[in-house]
Design a binder for this molecule. Structure first.
Ligand code: KE4
Length: 429
């Protein structure tokens, strides 16, 4: 595969930007090859600077659930652009997207738009601390909630990929209020609550973890967290930046029937433009400036372009059969990948929730960070490269999630399964 232009561009990029990228996991560091520079995308396909075509399962790390360049999204954004990209003033479009979010997400009575998932989680935690008057935050090893200082503790995603789950530059003083529990282990949460009686402001969790690979909550786990929070007056925050509108229109909280006190969103609600959001009960959200004293602000929060992209995307998700069709294709892909590995006699642990899936290079079940961290990341790298060489663009890290979109065809899925059969045969040889 000709990659001359990507290589030349990467060389220039590295002289200008740290690692040649604007977000670490894009650098392909953990999969043993240089990143591709992408020129354009359409539907389920992306095209690199050398004109090579790939079936895309990154989908910009989740936002592109209706596929790239969906005509309805393109039209909405270009129409908004012709009226002005940002005014720094309230617009009707913000009301429209807020209405859609409030209608869709069980826990959200009021919402604040921001420009990234990091801003959403950072702000939600500030609000939870103000509401409870407490400082401590419980998060889970392997979960990633963006790069706010106090959340870069035992973090997943790129932090785990690069072995810096506790990043340099975060003062111990900032991290000391962050308590770490084990995913799928309610006792580890109970122990932290007991040791920090009356001091825990919130528990923040990815209700389906997508940043240590894809790890589903065990039956009863989310319900146990809900009971603990009710008993102790702790705010339960579901970080649905990845799962929101992904695994169901109402997110993981709709899928599992567990309602948090607050929810953070991002990715899909921006339809590929920069949007994050956090919301919850009115009595909590009203503490936020200017209705309350908790300060939070943003130059481009709620800007018309991003709102237009989000509204168009969520409107498409409401179309009859969208999620049923996505479920069918995702199940076909997961079954095909698992069969390809089994036929080659290659040990993997396959995980899937809706259109989020992960092939763990492990011969045991992966249900938390400890088991995820035991995966054979070197062999994952060989698998990634073998798939890329066959025109399949997977997430370039064992600790990420693969996403299926509404634009992926059955033919795309079957081509991917064929590529995997060849890849696993190479790995097993
Ligand atoms: P952003 O600040 O990147 O918009 O969102 C942070 C975030 C918060 N919460 C969850 C559950 C997330 O998955 C993320 C961001 N996800 C990563 C991919 N796993 C973004 C990709 C990247 O870091 O380049």
């Amino acid at each position: 595969m000709k990659l001359d232009r990507s290589s030349a561009l990467f060389g220039k990029a590295r002289s200008l930007m740290p690692g040649g990228v604007n977000s670490p996991v894009r650098a392909f560091r953990s999969v043993g090859c240089d990143p591709l520079f992408i020129e354009r995308a359409a539907g389920s396909r992306i095209y690199d600077a050398d004109g090579n075509e790939y079936i895309d399962y990154v989908g910009s790390w989740g936002p592109m659930i209706v596929g790239h360049c969906h005509p309805r999204v393109v039209h909405a954004v270009t129409s908004a652009m012709e009226k002005g990209s940002s005014f720094g003033a309230p617009t009707e479009l913000e009301i429209r997207l807020a209405e859609m979010v409030v209608e869709a997400v069980p826990s959200i009575e009021m919402v604040r738009m921001v420009s990234s998932g990091t801003e959403a989680t950072m702000s939600a935690i500030r609000l939870a601390r103000a509401y409870t008057g407490r400082d401590a935050v419980i998060k889970f090893a392997g979960c990633y909630h963006g790069h706010a200082d106090s959340l870069l503790v035992r973090a997943g995603s790129g932090a785990a990929t690069f072995g810096v789950p506790d990043s340099p530059g975060v003062p111990a003083d900032f991290a000391r209020h962050t308590l770490i529990a084990e995913y799928n282990d309610p006792d580890s949460v109970e122990a932290l609550i007991t040791e920090n009686k009356g001091k825990v402001a919130c528990i923040i969790i990815e209700p389906i973890a997508g940043n240590m690979g894809t790890v589903a909550p065990r039956r009863g786990f989310l319900e146990a967290l809900r009971r603990m929070c009710d008993r102790e007056g702790i705010i339960l925050i579901f970080d649905e930046v990845m799962t929101g509108f992904r695994v169901a229109y109402g997110g993981a909280q709709e899928l599992y029937g567990v309602t948090p006190d607050m929810t953070t969103l991002g990715k899909i609600i921006g339809g590929g433009l920069p949007v994050g959001a956090f919301g919850g009960r009115q009595e909590i959200m009203e503490l936020l400036s200017p209705s309350g004293g908790v300060y939070q602000a943003g130059t481009l929060s709620g800007n018309p372009l991003a709102m237009a992209a989000g509204i168009a995307t969520l409107t498409l998700l409401q179309e009859k059969g969208f999620y049923a069709n996505l479920e069918e294709k995702s199940a076909r892909l997961a079954a095909g990948l698992a069969r390809a590995a089994a036929d080659a006699g290659f040990p993997v642990y396959s995980a899937r929730v809706g259109s989020m899936l992960c092939t763990f290079f492990s011969n045991r079940e992966v249900d938390n960070w400890t088991s995820a961290a035991g995966c054979d990341t070197a062999t994952f790298g060989r698998y990634f490269r073998a798939m890329l060489d066959q025109g399949v663009y997977l997430a370039p890290s064992q600790f990420e999630t693969v996403f299926v979109s509404g634009a992926h065809s059955v033919e795309d899925i079957d081509l991917t399964i064929e590529a995997a059969a060849k890849a696993f045969k190479i790995l097993a040889s």
